[in-house]
Design a binder for this molecule. Structure first.
Ligand SMILES: [Zn+2]
Length: 278
């Protein structure tokens, strides 16, 4: 782009004002090729990957569903290929967002847990936390993200939930209405990290897309993938069902980026495919 080599590294955030639950795409534009980037945002690592000739790097970052509104900074260090380093800092404001309250009724065993179920739920919660806190060093996706089932939205992301009259954690995904048996497609390429019957989420498949990005497919009737399987974008990994804590058949689709719970629909509206726009 003809920038002098002592020019700063530009940070481009194409998103509008940020709100809790937002996924954002960050771009770096450097005067010469970048060798390595270390960065963080709201106490989470931001994992950049190179594009084209290495002067443009990109990353996905998340604002967790329950982040408090305020001013945050994306900070870090960029090491140029020639050995010099540059500091990175970009302030971003997270605006307050009001999520609607939703009251649902489910079988009481999912609200008042007996000791066995309560221990199981706690164990599964720890297993999931371990997954969210780990990251595969390579980016495993390349194409744009797609919706796992084509259906209209039935229950929105972030709703504050009252289950059988008791407050529960906010809705961390979107519910896509579909009949039992509808094929579920992988939103993008990656590797299966979990295919398991969970107490709350029912039969659940989790895909690792690399760089701390995961997508979750819950309440399946059938799972057609097992841990370790590589999957391609659009590949059928399971079928819609009503297993776990549900009011009826649907796909609960969720996304984690370096631990942050973000709206999975944001994946499908990223400004370009990671390999596009060179
Ligand atoms: Zn859901």
């Amino acid at each position: 782009m003809g920038l002098p080599s002592d020019a700063p590294v530009l940070v481009e955030i194409p998103s509008k004002a940020l709100a809790p639950g937002d996924l954002l795409q960050v771009r770096l534009h450097a005067p010469s090729p970048i060798g390595r980037v270390e960065s963080s945002f709201i106490e989470q690592p931001v994992r950049f990957y190179p594009m084209g000739d290495g002067r443009r790097w990109e990353a996905l970052a998340g604002v967790d569903l329950e982040v408090k509104p305020g001013l945050y900074s994306l900070t870090g260090t960029v090491w140029m290929s020639d050995g010099r380093s540059k500091r990175l800092k970009k302030s971003l404001r997270v605006l307050p967002k009001k999520f609607p309250i939703q009251r649902i009724r489910v079988r009481q065993k999912y609200v008042t847990l007996n000791q066995r179920d309560s221990e199981r739920a706690a164990r599964e919660h720890r297993q999931l936390t371990e997954i969210w806190e780990s990251a595969t060093a390579q980016r495993l996706w390349a194409k744009p993200f797609v919706r796992p089932v084509s259906s209209k939205l039935t229950s929105g992301f972030g709703r504050r939930r009252i289950v059988n009259g008791e407050p529960r954690s906010p809705h961390s995904g979107v519910d896509l209405k579909a009949t039992t048996g509808t094929p579920i497609r992988a939103a993008n390429s990656g590797r299966v990290v979990m295919a398991k019957d969970l107490f709350f989420a029912g039969k659940t498949i989790i895909l690792d897309h690399g760089l701390g990005l995961y997508t979750v497919y819950a309440h399946c009737s059938k799972m057609h993938a097992k841990p370790g399987d590589p999957v391609g974008q659009g590949e059928i990994i399971g079928e819609v069902g009503a297993t776990g804590r549900v009011t009826g058949p649907h796909l609960h689709w969720a996304c984690r980026i370096n631990g942050a719970r973000v709206n999975p629909l944001d994946l499908t509206t990223l400004m370009s495919a990671p390999d596009g726009g060179r």
